[in-house]
Ligand binder design. Structure first.
Ligand code: AMP
Ligand code: MG
Length: 344
C-alpha cells in the first residue's frame, strides 16, 4: 500500500482524510497530545485494522475522538453533570472521559467493555476530519504496541509507512504525552491515566478524585483492572530503563559510579555538563516542564536501540504535566527507581 503524506496546512487535506476514514481506511492524525492511528470508530472492520497494525491486545480499548462536546450524547448514555462540567472547562483539550457506552459503539472499539472513552482533541484539522467524515474517529497512539508513543509524523512513518492509507502531518505535538483519562462511571471520579490536565485541575472541577493504583504502581499482568491497557508494558525502549531520583549532584555521582560503556543517560538540558563522557541525551529543560513532556517520547524512541545496554533517566518532580511525565517514565522503567540520596 502506498501511504499518502498529507499536510495539515493544505486545504484539501481534511476532505481527503475524511473520505479515507469513511471508506474504512487507517489514517494517522495529529493531536495536541500524540499522533493517533485513526479509523471509523463505528466500523468494526476498520477498528480491527488498528489492532492489527499496532499489534495491540484486543482487550485494550480505544478512545473515540469527537469534533465537539455535543457529540458525547450520540455515543454515551447516563451522562453525569460532571462530564459536562469537564467538557466545558477542558475541551477541546487533552482530557478523555470514560462514560457508559450506547449500543451504537461496537464492543471491538471498547475492548469488550460496556463503557466508552471520549475526547475532543485540540487540533483544528483533526476536528475538521471528524466533522467531514461524520463519524467518531477511534484512535490509540500510533506507535507499535508497547513502544514509545508517536509525537511527529516521522515517528508514524517509521512505524507504519506502506501499511496505512495516509498520515496527516500537523508538526510536532504540543503536549507530547497522551490525554488524561478520568472515569465517571463509578461513585467517585477516578483518574486512570495522568496527562496534560493535572489531577489538581480535575479536583477543582470535580471536588473529588481517586487515583487508580495503576497510575502509581506496576499492575500484575493477570490482574482484573478497570482499563485493560493499564497492565501492559508501555512506552519502553529495547533496553532496561532505571530512574535515578535525588538531587542533581547525588544523581550524577550515582550514575558515574555505575555507568559502563553501552549505557546512556536521559537527563534535563541543565544537567548536560554533568554527563559529558556518558553520551547524555536531554529531553527538555527542568525549568520548563512543558518541554519535558513535549520531548520525552522522541527521546525514548531515539534510545530504542538494541545496541544500548541500559538507560539512566532523570525524572521531574511536581504536579500538573510533570505528574504525567513521571507516570510515563516510571512505566518505561517498569517502576525501577533508585534513590541516589539513599544509595551513596
Ligand atoms: P492509547 O490512546 O494508546 O493510550 O490507548 C487508549 C487508552 O484509553 C488505553 O490505555 C485504555 O486503557 C484507555 N481506555 C479506553 N477506553 C476505555 C474505557 N472504556 N475504560 C477505561 N479505559 C479506557
Ligand atoms: Mg498508546
Amino acid at each position: 500500500m502506498k501511504t499518502l503524506h498529507l499536510s495539515a496546512e493544505v486545504s484539501e487535506t481534511a476532505e481527503i482524510a475524511a473520505n479515507l476514514i469513511k471508506n474504512g481506511e487507517l489514517v494517522a492524525i495529529p493531536t495536541e497530545t500524540v499522533y493517533g492511528l485513526g479509523a471509523n470508530g463505528l466500523d468494526e472492520a476498520a477498528v480491527a485494522k488498528i489492532f492489527e497494525a499496532k499489534g495491540r491486545p484486543q482487550d485494550n480499548p480505544l478512545i473515540l475522538h469527537i469534533s465537539c462536546a455535543e457529540e458525547m450524547e450520540k455515543f454515551c448514555k447516563d451522562i453525569p453533570r460532571a462530564a459536562y462540567d469537564l467538557a466545558e472547562k477542558f475541551w477541546p483539550g487533552p482530557l478523555t472521559i470514560v462514560l457508559p457506552a450506547r449500543d451504537i459503539v461496537p464492543r471491538r472499539t471498547t475492548g469488550g467493555l460496556s463503557t466508552v472513552a471520549v475526547r475532543c482533541p485540540d487540533n483544528a484539522v483533526t476536528r475538521e476530519i471528524i466533522r467531514l467524515a461524520g463519524v467518531p474517529i477511534a484512535a490509540p497512539s500510533a506507535n507499535i504496541s508497547g513502544k514509545p508513543s508517536t509525537t511527529t509524523a516521522q515517528h508514524v512513518a517509521h512505524d507504519h509507512e506502506g501499511r496505512i492509507a495516509a498520515i496527516v502531518d500537523g508538526g510536532p505535538c504540543r503536549v507530547g504525552v497522551e490525554s488524561t483519562i478520568v472515569d465517571l462511571t463509578e461513585d467517585r471520579p477516578r483518574l486512570l491515566r495522568p496527562g496534560g490536565i493535572g489531577p489538581e485541575q480535575l479536583r477543582e472541577v470535580l471536588g473529588d478524585l481517586v487515583v487508580d493504583k495503576a497510575v502509581t504502581a506496576q499492575i500484575d499482568k493477570d490482574a482484573v483492572v478497570k482499563a485493560p491497557g493499564m497492565k501492559y508494558r508501555h512506552y519502553a525502549p529495547a533496553e532496561p530503563v532505571v530512574i535515578v531520583s535525588g538531587s542533581r549532584e547525588r544523581a550524577a555521582e550515582y550514575i558515574h559510579a555505575h555507568f559502563v560503556p553501552g549505557d546512556r543517560v536521559l537527563c534535563f538540558q541543565e544537567e548536560l555538563p554533568l554527563y559529558g563522557d556518558c553520551k547524555p541525551l536531554a529531553y527538555g529543560r527542568e525549568a520548563d516542564v512543558n518541554t519535558l513532556s513535549a520531548g520525552l517520547f522522541a527521546a525514548l524512541r531515539e534510545l530504542d536501540d538494541p545496541a544500548i545496554h541500559k538507560v539512566y533517566a532523570r525524572c521531574p518532580e511536581g504536579g500538573g504535566v510533570a505528574y504525567a511525565v513521571q507516570n510515563r517514565l516510571k512505566k518505561a522503567a517498569a517502576f525501577h527507581i533508585v534513590d541516589a540520596e539513599a544509595e551513596l
